[in-house]
Design a protein around this ligand. Structure first.
Ligand SMILES: Nc1nc2c(ncn2[C@@H]2O[C@H](COP(=O)(O)OP(=O)(O)OP(=O)(O)O)[C@@H](O)[C@H]2O)c(=O)[nH]1
Ligand SMILES: [Mg+2]
Length: 321
């Protein structure tokens, strides 16, 4: 299964993001707690280099708790303030404001000493599509929270929401692109539903998912669907077994694997298979190595094809020995 998706106008987006980030003190970045590496934009660390950083591990309700602890520690060691949240619930929201105040305390004290009172803390939300940015903003800001209004000049036409007396949030989140050059990242994003299902064949997706689960937690599929299988069995065979166990049949009594494929992905995304984290920090270096190797292979292949093309088409090509 090869996943191809297009980031759109990346250069333009990057420039806009740079401009917007320059307006805030704090960048609040959301990642999906089930895939905290694959759902993290690779360029944001550069774009937000000079800013205070808060990392929200969102969708914690769907992720494995122990794995979430491991990830929180991993990113804390990298200098982030990490907060675990479920954007559908209000728990953890006040921690975001408190953390922002902590981060800004020194800067505010400095400005106060110079006579600048009432310095608002300004923050923005960023994250890849479907990570929960809008859900978080709605939950965090709450209904009926008034916008501070357009303040041209100061904010260059951006809309700010006053979350607290001293805290303003940009009302539109910054949408970032994922690490689209890495196929494993692409697959994991597809499993979690971050990539539109319509661009993929449901059975290939479900088989890739089964294959991944074989490596991290085969038992949870056995338990959920009451089937027995060996981890060396082909994912296609396992998908058939699950379809049969579920009683999904087509005409002629064949297992309806297309229907089962869709149900399997829905159930994973809805948390029915349990709380599953699809990657751990220890997977990162392997993933990076593999992505690098694939990239080198692709470049070598391009070079070979180009040389073959030039060889055939150059006026002296046929005379070459
Ligand atoms: N279970 C669970 N679902 C969540 C959580 N946060 C968001 N969701 C769901 O994830 C889906 C995407 O959420 P959105 O808030 O629309 O994501 P977004 O980042 O604004 O997406 P774009 O606007 O497309 O960039 C929705 O179906 C939400 O209900 C969470 O913490 N837990
Ligand atoms: Mg949104």
């Amino acid at each position: 299964m090869y996943i191809q998706w297009y980031p759109g106008h990346m250069t333009k987006t990057r420039r806009m993001m740079e401009e917007t980030i320059s307006l805030v003190d704090i960048v609040i970045e959301l990642v999906d707690a089930r895939i905290p590496y694959s759902s993290k934009n690779p360029d944001i660390d550069n774009l937000a280099k000079q800013k205070y950083r808060i990392l929200l591990l969102n969708k914690c309700d769907l992720a494995n708790e122990k794995a979430t602890d491991t990830w929180a520690k991993y990113y804390e060691e990298k200098g982030f303030r990490v907060i675990r949240i479920n954007a559908l619930k209000s728990a953890g929201m006040s921690e975001v404001t408190q953390t922002a105040r902590d981060l800004m305390a020194e800067k505010i004290a400095r400005l106060r000493a110079r006579g600048r009172l009432n310095v608002p803390i300004r923050a923005m939300i960023v994250g890849i599509p479907n990570v929960g940015k809008s859900t978080f903003i709605n939950q965090y800001v709450g209904k009926g929270m008034a916008k501070t209004g357009d303040k041209p000049g100061v904010t260059r036409g951006k809309q700010w929401i006053k979350v607290k007396k001293d805290f303003e949030l940009l009302d539109t989140p910054g949408i970032l692109w994922p690490k689209f050059e890495d196929q494993e990242v692409g697959r994991k994003l597809a499993f979690t539903g971050a990539i539109n299902d319509e661009i993929m064949d449901p059975e290939s997706l479900a088989c890739a998912f089964i294959d991944h689960m074989m490596a991290i937690d085969a038992q949870c599929l056995r338990d959920r669907y009451g089937v027995s299988f060996d981890t060396v069995e082909e994912p296609e065979v396992i998908l058939e077994k699950i379809a049969i166990a579920r009683g999904f049949k087509q005409k002629g009594d064949q297992p309806d694997t297309t229907r089962m494929a869709k149900v399997l992905m829905d159930e994973f995304r809805g948390g029915k298979l349990g709380r599953i984290t699809l990657e751990l920090p220890e997977d990162i270096s392997r993933m990076q190595e593999e992505a690098k190797a694939r990239e080198a292979e692709k470049r070598a292949d391009q070079k070979r094809r180009k040389e073959a093309y030039l060889g055939k088409n150059s006026p002296n090509g046929s005379k070459k020995k």
